[in-house]
Design a protein around this ligand. Sequence first.
Ligand code: LMR
Length: 485
Amino acid sequence: MKLFSKLARSKGISKNIWKRQGVSLYSTETTSDAQKEDLAVRKIVQLTRSKLAENKNFKESDLEAAFSGSNFDKLLSNNPDILAAVYEFRKVVGQNSSHEKLLKLKQFATAPPVRVAVTGAGGAIGYSLVFRIASGEMLGSQQPVILHLIDLPDQVKALQGLVMELQDCAFPTLAGIVATGDPKEGFKGVDYALLVGAKPRGPGMERADLLRDNGAIFKDQGKAINDNASKNVKVVVVGNPANTNAWVASQFAPDLSPTQFSALTKLDHNRGLAQIAAKKGCKVNDIERFAIWGNHSKTQYPDISHTLVKGAWAKDLIEDKEWKEKHFMPTVQDRGAAIIAARGKSSAASAGNAALEHIQEWAYGTNDRWTSMAVYSDGSYGTEVGIYFSFPVVCSYGGYQIVQNIPIDPFSAKMLQKTNDELVAERDQVSKLVGVKREQWEDTYKRWKTDFEKKGSMPGLYPPSIDQPLIAPHLIQKVKFRILL
Ligand code: LMR
């Protein structure tokens, strides 16, 4: 079904947003209640203790160990009751907590290290990115990281130079380095994966060649992530064609949710913000509700129709058709090519910066502000389900939500349709090249939807008051921290 007719039908529910009364779903109202949070965590700890105590040799230290590293993932995947309690806790903090509070919670030095993989680590984007990740710029100055630097086997020697430089920075947050040409080793236990490496388009190469070559790369990476990474891994694809590469990787990661994969459009988002700020003479932070829709390609739609500048609707920009359609949109859409034309090389520092911000926002939240991420489409706004489509999203507590009920005018609908069609065509082409049948991706979507609905409606299965005074406060902190990661 065409987007426009689908959107026309949903017009009625859009009125409030059009008046910009705020998206109630993302209200910043907080009624913080630390006791409620602690109670919810106590329930998790108590259930875990009972489970572990089924083993006669149970020791208190087993309880601590259960909440460390991948043990916690195993615990959750084998115990639906504990998982349900975790959802309950998330609901409590989701309602009662704030972005600042989460950041504060990160501020204790005993945080267990997280593993961050970067593919193409020896390349230009990798070089702009890994030092910033290692220094704590991505996950905070109190969050130790173990860097997994992955590149082609013939680049491993060069990676050793990068390792030496990283060591020589003596970053307090850098807890270890793995440098490898083997994706299995590279993705082992990783919590975040930034898939930067991809085959660039060379002279005489057709788009189909690019899709085929990268299809093969991302098929292998999807499998390696599926078999080796943490079950909660978050993946962002930077290498082009990013949206479709994300689709390929997710298709070969059947044990992970497709919502754990994403592609980078934060770069386009930042490009748009910079253009708006220059035009309005304001700071980028003064701008809200700007979004990139669709593919990280020329068909993307940089959308200012809902944009606020210093809290006021930027009507003058929206109504300046000449600026919007002849300057703003083409500048953002063609920026990658313009940089290549000027530098003779593609963007590196700005792409690395955007990838870092993408993960940071996904992990720690956007504090109710819109950002742009290419994520697994659930059909929102009439888009094709299952493709990786850039939407306006808000992130909180390690998750993202597509902002709903934004009114779409006829011009925007046309733009969404075009970029949607391009992504569908890319998927159809690459699926043949990597051998994924339609039934498979339709089945992936059905399984994801069923699972989502099951979890979404999971009731609180346990009585609300569990008094467990014996739980040490540091364990409560540790569990909270682990869940919120
Ligand atoms: C960019 O947007 O800067 C890059 O995706 C361009 C490219 O083709 O590498």
